[in-house]
Write a protein that binds this ligand. Structure first.
Ligand SMILES: [Zn+2]
Ligand SMILES: [Zn+2]
Length: 237
């Protein structure tokens, strides 16, 4: 995929950008829509959920702290991002990774948090990867890693096949379904020892997937895990 192959029409307002402008080069959203729909505001530093007032963590994270240290979240999973994510994930529009990852990279830069040694996608199980043809989290992870000068890897953390699709389950069932869903590639555990990891995903809903994946990485020897996610569902479920 070359930059020149991307559309220069804004995905939201349908305005065409002039060739050579930033929007034309990254595709997807024009500068106006980007500033309009990338809402600022307070989020829980741990899980990225919106907060009404500044606090070290949301109620959920205080009651049951997640294994990851912090979540950097760029947008709410709402208009127009929900439709873009669906196109990106389910309609084969893999080229949207460039624009979405550019927004996420800006979030990481603005946070000025410690950068990780590894940028890892939340993996898909092999059957789902075969069905979709690509892992949207990997497309984001590798694009971000390239922009930030970091190492991305799609084979350190693996997801085992089996179990129901997360979207069809309630919260408690999701957590049960995820138990032992992830493993660290046994021959590569050494690469993880004492390292900080950023775990990348497109959307965080309950956080159950990120919790389980982060716990797996920590058990395998990672020093710390951060989560970099494009979109957060507005309220923890
Ligand atoms: Zn626009
Ligand atoms: Zn939280």
């Amino acid at each position: 995929m070359r930059p020149s192959a991307w559309p220069s029409q804004c995905e939201v307002c349908r305005q065409w950008s002039e060739a050579g402008t930033h929007a034309a080069r990254t595709g997807a959203l024009c500068a106006d829509c980007t500033s309009r729909f990338v809402a600022g505001g307070l989020r829980c530093p741990r899980c990225g959920v919106r907060l009404a007032s500044e606090a070290p963590a949301c109620g959920e994270c205080l009651r049951d702290p997640p294994p990851f240290e912090r979540t950097l979240c760029t947008v709410d999973y709402a208009f127009p991002w929900d439709a873009l994510v669906v196109d990106f994930k389910f309609h084969g529009r893999v080229e949207l990774a460039f624009a979405l990852a550019a927004l996420m990279t800006a979030t990481v830069r603005a946070a000025a948090a410690p950068l990780p040694q590894w940028v890892l996608p939340v993996p898909l199980a092999a059957p789902r990867l075969a069905e979709r043809g690509y892992n949207q989290a990997w497309e984001l992870a590798r694009t971000m890693a390239r922009a930030l000068g970091l190492h991305a890897d799609a084979s350190l953390l693996l997801r085992l096949a089996g179990g129901a699709h997360q979207a069809d389950l309630g919260r408690a069932e999701r957590q049960r379904n995820l138990r032992s869903a992830f493993i660290v590639e046994p021959h590569r555990r050494g690469a993880l020892q004492g390292r900080r990891v950023a775990l990348v995903d497109d959307v965080m809903t309950t956080g159950a997937t990120a919790r389980e994946a982060a716990a797996t990485l920590l058990r395998a020897g990672a020093a710390a895990v951060d989560v970099w996610v494009l979109a957060r569902t507005p309220q923890s479920q």
